[in-house]
Design a protein around this ligand. Sequence first.
Ligand SMILES: [Zn+2]
Length: 178
Amino acid sequence: MIKKIFCGVGIAFTLLAAEGLKRIGSLMAAINAADTPYYQAILYISIASAGVFLVSFFKEIPKIVKYLVTISLFASAGIMLAAPAFPVNQQIFAGLSVAALASFAIPTPPKSEKTVMENFKKNEVSDAEAQPHNICPFCGTKTEGPDQAFCANCGRKLPDHEEQAQDVNRDESSTVER
Ligand SMILES: [Zn+2]
């Protein structure tokens, strides 16, 4: 929830910066200033970052994209420090630096947590698979363990761990012959 607020702040401030950049950019272009490409580049960065903030509302952003956004926003803010202190440049700088800070809140896929969950699930499955092995599939009597070859109650051969799944499926037809 807090992350979403930061992402909203990120959108607002990248757009604030973009608005200022668009104004100063066209002004600079009008007077043919050498700085125009910088303003253009930072404008694209702002718009792209706003897009990432927007997407981050709905889904997790790959870590590499998040880092790119953070780094390019900080770099852009750094470049704006060198720009003349017009009010519009201060607006751009404020927008970029707040957005750069907000970009830390962009949600990324929780990699380590997922692995833990997957392992946990795998263990659960293997535990569940291992359980029937401890009971005789023919009479349901508890066995001593995986090393026991024959059921103590009905005397039938206990299936190996690997054969378990197949044997359970066909035990009605094949147990008599075995
Ligand atoms: Zn048995």
